[in-house]
Design a protein around this ligand. Sequence first.
Ligand SMILES: [Zn+2]
Length: 487
Amino acid sequence: MDRLKELPSALVWDIFQELSSIPRASGNEAAVASWIASYASSHGCASRIDETGNVLVIAKSSEGCQNVPPLAFQAHMDMVAVRDETCRHDFSSDPLDLSIQEIDGEPFVTADGTTLGADDGIGIALALAIMTDDEIRHGPLEALFTVGEETSMAGISGFPGGMLGSKMMINIDSEADDTVTAGAAGGSDAEFSCVLECAGELKPSALKIEISGLTGGHSGIEIHCGRANAIVTLARAARRLMEKIPLELTSFDGGTFRNAIPTSAAMVLAGRDEDIRSAAAALSSIAGELASEFRETDPGIDLRWEQVKPSPSADHEQSRRIVGAFASLPDGVFSMNDEFPDTVQSSSNLGLVRTESGRIVATALMRSLVTTDPIKEIMKTHAGEYGLDLNFSGDYPCWKPSSYSPLLKIYEKVYAENCFAKPRVAVLHAGVECGILKGKYPDMDIISIGPNIIGAHTTGERVSVPSVEKIYGLLLEVLEELMDGAA
Ligand SMILES: [Zn+2]
């Protein structure tokens, strides 16, 4: 690591090495928090640890810079703890084993056998290096280092409002140095449920229909790709059958996480022997139609059916209603944003359905850059029409993007002047810490940047040395620009 001592950002690497010697898997951040607090104090900064375990560091302005508008940095202290199968690293006690790896002439810092935790240790190192370096002139600076970002976002959620004096914040937890993130969607869960009224006698036959092999994906990243949703698609197939055949619903299960586009689902339908035979015959042509409908997006789509032992089922009328509700539930992209190109504004993903103790429960995750309220209204109408109960929970606020953000303008300017190109401006459709912070500090002007990190959350994680230099330089330019603006 000695080669790093000669770089302008040498202090960043010193701090990063110190951080890497302190175990800091999610849930185990107390030691790193106290190291940061004491490092900050011994370098003339104020620091405090809040009740949740987050650290707030405050650096006074350099002499003559009191009128410069205050700026906050933000990063998370915890890291994903993954090691190679053969690696004996103990994440509760061992320091990471850092080394430099050259790939196509580009130096990267990596950790042998484990995740590196550049996500997001490098964000902390960049912020602390700038705040504690006497050579760097700046206005008032704050830095918020959170716990639990990789698991529950408990740190940022527990961080109190009214603590930060800054109206501008740079989150340093992005992983591509040519990109600046300027917004992210908020979200909310919609849970549909109903009791299956299985009062009648057992039907003589039953058919289990399974759909599988779908492409799936992350509902915050791939919702615009037009991929089939296994739950909705299976419900459509079943509804087709039930239009002509008096089948009854026994169970409906599918999906794994509410934020994943479901790739498989299964439904059991009961009926008379002749109805089950007609259903099986009709499914052959439905399978062919689905294969052709989703040829591009879901080439692996597979619809299968088999006779199974009958179990209690709801009557045909209720079965039709339930299946109809999921077959026609609005799902996927609701609207696109017109300020930022190719950016989804709002969407919903029906990610899970389960039949448990005679109840069907299904959860959709709704996302929006502005508010999920319009989707909630659509869901309420839909649930009402089909006689389903509906509950909303898990609201988290959006980080509404604005192309008029003064901080974004400053970053775009310094980026263009120093890199001779425009940064890519990204708006995420998934939840991030900035969104939760924005809920507590609605007037905060936020951007998110970071150096190139490859393979985050894997043992191949590495961070590019020149890219850290680039981000360090750009952060210094932002500080300069703020001082120029105040002069
Ligand atoms: Zn991160």
